[in-house]
Design a protein around this ligand. Sequence first.
Ligand SMILES: NC(=O)c1ccc[n+]([C@@H]2O[C@H](COP(=O)([O-])OP(=O)(O)OC[C@H]3O[C@@H](n4cnc5c(N)ncnc54)[C@H](OP(=O)(O)O)[C@@H]3O)[C@@H](O)[C@H]2O)c1
Length: 245
Amino acid sequence: MHSLFNLSGKTFLVTGASSGIGRQCAITISECGGKLIISGRNSERLNETFAKLSGDGHQRVIADLTTDESIEKLADELPQLNGLVHCAGITAPIPVRFIRSRHIDDMMRINYHAPVLLTTRILSKKKLINNSSIVFFSTIATKFPYYGGSIYISSKSALSGFSMVLALELAPKGIRSNCLLPGFVRTPMYEATEQHASPEAMKKFEMLHPLGIGNPEDVAGPVCFLLSDAARWITGINIPLGGSL
Ligand SMILES: NC(=O)c1ccc[n+]([C@@H]2O[C@H](COP(=O)([O-])OP(=O)(O)OC[C@H]3O[C@@H](n4cnc5c(N)ncnc54)[C@H](OP(=O)(O)O)[C@@H]3O)[C@@H](O)[C@H]2O)c1
């Protein structure tokens, strides 16, 4: 492997590592030589991810990231890091006329507050070394909205905005912040969407993906690139994945 892409000697936190995209990101980062701290709520599924990691020296931390206390505790437990991959997130379709404040609170709490506050706590505790890389997850749905997606899309749009400002503020330290906007990726989240949406709606979504629906491996590659020195001149951008048109 070219040294620019090599993650050896570097340590990364991946949240949402007990499932889907986060799990595959952790596995691929470990295959590229990186050390991991993986986090999730479900210990059984987090252990399954842990067992699939290459190399040794990895750690796992069970954490529900919906409270300030748990975010503070996770940040305290972390070693010095070379990067963060914020995969933890939820979605739930709800038509606008049914929205109540608890729906907004629940979605924003994990999709926006958690990655924002975890990043700020890690920065305050000086756990992110210079020239690190931060990767956030938004969605291509911020460009191609769908019926019932208003709160999810709002939460992810807010995160994209945060990532751009963070990139500006951290540039003097060489720390980069970028946001990925995947199209549909086959994970438990995708399967849950399949159950709610009609076959016609799913077909319509699929048509927006000229390269077809993605797999977690299709996302993990770009994540490793963004974490690597090969991406050292890339910051503050929102990158669509899936060739969505
Ligand atoms: N799949 C797609 O089509 C797609 C497309 C665009 C963007 N994304 C984004 O990509 C990210 C990963 O999605 P995915 O498809 O991999 O979803 P997933 O398979 O449902 O996994 C979600 C992960 O988030 C964790 N999580 C949820 N609530 C949490 C909480 N309160 N505290 C801590 N962790 C929590 C889950 O942990 P537990 O399982 O342990 O509860 C799980 O590890 C999300 O941010 C999603 O919005 C996904």
